[in-house]
Design a protein around this ligand. Structure first.
Ligand SMILES: CC[C@@H](C(=O)O)C(=O)SCCNC(=O)CCNC(=O)[C@H](O)C(C)(C)COP(=O)(O)OP(=O)(O)OC[C@H]1O[C@@H](n2cnc3c(N)ncnc32)[C@H](O)[C@@H]1OP(=O)(O)O
Length: 288
């Protein structure tokens, strides 16, 4: 029930031929999206195209979809960190692909593909964090909004540069940005294409944390270690319970009240009387 209501794609085969679009996107090679799942239940998705500032190629779009599919089935998963390679996040759509996808229909098919993938990414039953180092530009800025939280490293910048490209966000970034920062701040960020640094990010609630500089402050660990420590505060506990918390939060955010309540009941039924619940009851009764 939950999967049907919340896990679905935005666009179906009624809207576009996903497989045909995939084949087209694979015509823009370069880079990779690498997934590593850890025993702790935290996975890391690496945006890996460092020679091009982690610009997002067609191959990377297809690989992102494949990795999201794997994460949707990860029963032991609790958290996810989205990070760019070589100390920077993502400089947006690969400009070569941009040029070659210049026909409106091609652009819209790419958008539908990426909106489907990023919506599924945001709806993963995992607590997700975009670890922003260096620059997150254009589509890269949109990628950061497809996670539950954003942690910004010292000197990092999120910049919706779309106006400079004569376009608007197409990967769902505008819809998600309005939800995160409100319509006025969204308008300001898109119309000014201004740089959001950690301080401004915290102020407008685009960022949920500013990480410390390990070169300045001893003992704070790398930014990745800091992000993992931050995320660990929210992923302590059994995977089934953490996943259920994300599901009821998502339904509360996305569904009309009656449907959200019904979904909450469904999800509640998956954990009530489950092993974690029974174990908690047993340990509580010992304290009487
Ligand atoms: C729907 C999303 C879509 C949209 O509509 O907005 C987009 O995302 S469009 C793309 C938006 N992104 C950009 O406009 C950023 C473009 N890149 C830059 O402005 C600069 O590269 C930089 C990111 C500010 C870094 O500048 P700098 O430090 O001077 O390094 P270089 O410019 O020399 O870049 C190093 C290397 O990386 C290549 N590169 C960088 N960004 C891209 C990109 N988006 N696509 C392809 N390649 C990119 C750059 O060409 C250099 O490679 P070489 O020329 O081979 O050395």
């Amino acid at each position: 029930m939950w999967q049907r209501q919340m896990g679905g794609r935005v666009y179906t085969e009624m809207d576009f031929d996903q497989e045909e679009t995939k084949a087209k996107l694979l015509g823009f090679p370069g880079g990779s999206i690498d997934l590593s799942k850890q025993e702790s239940g935290i996975a890391v998705l690496k945006i890996n195209n460092p020679s091009h500032m982690n610009a997002f190629t067609g191959t990377m779009m297809v690989q992102l979809e494949e990795k999201v599919s794997l994460l949707e089935e990860w029963a032991d998963g609790k958290g996810l960190i989205l990070q760019g390679a070589a100390g920077t996040f993502c400089s947006g759509l690969d400009l070569n692909a941009f040029k070659q996808l210049s026909k409106p229909q091609d652009g819209m098919e790419m958008c539908m593909f990426m909106q489907n993938v990023l919506t599924r990414l945001l709806r993963l039953p995992l607590i997700s964090v975009a670890l922003v180092e260096g620059r997150a530009l254009g589509g890269g800025a949109e990628l950061t909004t497809a996670c539950d939280f954003r942690l910004m490293a010292p000197g990092s910048v999120i910049q919706f540069v779309h106006k400079h490209m004569g376009v608007v966000p197409g990967w769902g970034g505008a819809a998600r940005l309005v939800y995160l920062v409100g319509s006025q701040n969204c308008l300001k960020l898109l119309c000014s294409a201004s740089k959001v640094d950690p301080e401004l990010g915290l102020h407008i609630r685009l960022a949920d944390g500013a990480l410390k500089d390990p070169l300045v402050e001893e003992g704070v660990g790398t930014v990745r270690q800091q992000a993992e420590k931050w995320l660990s505060h929210y992923t302590k506990g059994p995977p089934a319970v953490i996943q259920a918390i994300k599901k009821v939060t998502l339904s509360g955010r996305e569904l009309p009240l009656t449907e959200a309540l019904r979904t909450e009941r469904e999800v509640f039924g998956t954990v009530w009387g489950g092993p974690s619940n029974l174990q908690a009851l047993t340990s509580k009764s010992k304290h009487k």
